[in-house]
Design a binder for this molecule. Structure first.
Ligand SMILES: Cc1cc2nc3c(=O)[nH]c(=O)nc-3n(C[C@H](O)[C@H](O)[C@H](O)COP(=O)(O)O)c2cc1C
Length: 327
């Protein structure tokens, strides 16, 4: 047994008990059904949909509906919504609940101008009372646990996460995940994990951390240094779903897991491609998986040439011709 025993453990979210504390973060453009399925196979304990516009759900938008259905292996499944105010939640909840999510999550972190200018995503940090109003409606109307994903604040001068967390908890949120960056930081600079420890001390609900989790070692360090309940892998899982199994092993045994071989990477890549083909069809799957190939092949000899070829891959057979598996 290593000294890290105890860092991997079950979590209670409202009336739900989740067997472990390693979650897949919502990642727009990446955490589709195919990818979520692979992450669960690799040991993710809970997966979140890409962020979904509650306004679009309320209007019955079909593309949005595709984002909300469960992957084949998802017994548990969280749908993340973004919206600027509670009236949108009132109109959207029924449409969301048709997909029977186990959890609904409110996005208070998206920094993208198109979202922020409507008052949604990280702009909600500027109007914290609206976060409370939205969560109240979601809790009342959905009947499932509601979680919230926040940032430190809008910018360095307005890090209001403790206030936001209080409001969210008073409204009935069952878990808070914090991406330890401000909106102004976007995804650059380093995440400041010290704030995670402060948040954990401040609230009674479970706290999860996000930001700069690229390896099992990072995961262990975040859990150990902050005392939080669990974490969400984001960019660290793209092209590297092994981060779940590796982290679980590392946290429970203390033994550094062996490197993932080229063949293991390729096999998972094809598992994901096949799962995505089942969901979206071959043309869309082959187009959308290209960006993930870069991540799956990162650091491998000849990776640059592979990437140059893969941008032309249109079929599963093209992928096979470029990414040759050893027998
Ligand atoms: C391409 C991309 C898409 C993202 N999409 C979402 C999203 O839909 N909802 C959300 O709450 N966060 C989203 N995030 C933020 C991540 O969930 C995570 O909090 C952030 O990347 C920090 O973690 P990391 O530094 O370990 O990647 C996204 C991040 C990236 C890079």
């Amino acid at each position: 047994m290593g000294n890290s025993t105890g860092l991997y453990h079950p979590v209670t979210i409202g009336n739900l008990s989740i067997s472990g504390n390693l979650f897949l973060a919502p990642l727009a453009g990446f955490t589709d059904k195919g990818f979520r399925h692979i992450c669960i196979e690799e040991g993710a304990d809970l997966t979140y949909s890409e962020m979904v516009s509650a306004e679009a759900v309320a209007r019955g938008n079909l593309k949005t509906q595709a984002l909300m259905s469960r992957a084949e292996s998802e017994d548990l499944f969280a749908i993340q919504l973004f919206m600027p105010e509670a009236s949108v939640a009132e109109r959207a909840v029924e449409g969301v609940m048709r997909f029977e999510p186990t959890i609904i999550d409110l996005n208070c972190g998206c920094p993208v101008p198109k979202v922020v200018k409507t008052g949604a995503g990280s702009a909600l940090h500027k109007t914290p009372e609206k976060i409370g109003e939205i969560i109240s409606v979601l809790v009342r109307e959905s009947g499932v646990p509601v979680t919230v994903k926040i940032r430190l604040g809008w910018d360095a001068n307005s890090q209001n996460y403790l206030e936001v967390a209080d409001i969210a908890c008073d409204a009935g949120a069952s878990l808070i995940t914090m991406h330890a960056r401000t909106r102004a930081q976007g995804y650059s600079g380093s995440a400041d994990w010290e704030h995670l420890a402060r948040l954990k001390e401040h609230v009674d609900v479970p706290v999860f951390g996000s930001g700069d989790l690229m390896s099992a070692t990072d995961a262990k360090r975040m859990l150990e240094t902050t005392g939080i309940d669990g974490l969400m892998f984001a960019r660290g899982a793209i092209g590297n779903p092994f981060i779940f199994s590796q982290t679980k092993e590392f946290l429970t045994t203390g033994i550094t897991p062996p490197e993932i071989t080229r063949d293991q990477r390729y096999r998972r890549l094809f598992d994901q491609l096949d799962s995505t083909i089942r969901d979206k069809g071959e043309v869309a799957a082959c187009r959308e998986m290209r960006k993930q190939v870069c991540a799956y092949t990162k650091g491998l000899p000849g990776a640059a040439a592979l990437r140059a070829d893969i941008v032309h891959a249109q079929t599963r057979a093209d992928y096979h011709a470029i990414l040759t598996l050893d027998q």
